[in-house]
Write a protein that binds this ligand. Sequence first.
Ligand code: TRP
Length: 339
Amino acid sequence: MPASTEDKKHLILTGDRTTGPLHLGHFVGSLRNRVKFQHQYEQYIMLADAQALTDNMDNPAKVHDNVIEVALDYLAAGIDPAKSTIFIQSQIPELTELTFYYLNLVTVARLERNPTIKQEIALRNFERDIPAGFLTYPVSQAADITAFKASLVPVGEDQIPMIEQTNEIVRRFNRLANKDILVECQALVPEIGRLPGIDGKAKMSKSLGNVINLGFSPAEIKAAVRNVYTDPLHLRVSDPGHLEGNVAFIYLDAFDEEKASLQEMKDHYVRGGLGDSVVKARLEAVLQDLLQPIRERREEFAKDRGQVLQMLKDGTRKAREIAARTTDEVKAAIGLKHF
Ligand code: TRP
């Protein structure tokens, strides 16, 4: 179905921190949507290397190396550079510049109340030793989104507070400028909630070591599935099983297309008489099928890193033109045009 002209008007800005290769949490949270949206909308996808530094300044090499890894994940997952523009955050100085102005539209107290930031601070045990850049990264995220005047932002649900802060900044700025220069945006969050880690923790995250990466080998997938958390009360095959919090079934819900036979399997599990090993065998088959073509495409693209870098260079040049135009407008609106 061709996209309507109304749809075409929407510009999408989205992205991921380049702190590690992407995993199934990213795939479900936003990547799968982006592969669809690129046919409907004008989509820009950002490798957030500058944001990755906000808690990795002690290891910039890790951030550098993961720029290409995440780019390979995008290409492998089906992001088509002819349809989506992929670019590198740190190569667009206008994004940093906008951040510096927007910082004055946000209070420290408001940043400290951002639920995602709060959670991440706890996860990293920062307590009071929070890098100022980390505390303020929602503002840089507002710069990313507004620089493109994006109206839609496909992200996982943990990013909703960033969208709310962005829109607060947009409204404050437009009021200050007395003109609708910046555009409010809307998060596009998938219906299926956040994917838990293989250990059953609420979030699949590299730092928690509970991930299945898009580039995992068949043996790594097998080992991860073996460790997937199921139902601790399901001790004997004959025992009735529980679906709630059962990661094997949560993953099957997310990835298994055969909904009818999956429902039969769930019913059987709940009645009793179905062993975890049968459920895990099905899950492994589904994940092997899902990840095999992704892994193969990844290996193919990885053979020519020069070509990947050229694609990023072209994407970044195109993206920078847009960001620079918005930055000019922003500066003019607040009197920062002196000559
Ligand atoms: N915060 C996002 C993440 O953790 C990355 C990101 C930075 C982003 N800027 C963005 C996402 C703008 C969407 C829009 O992965």
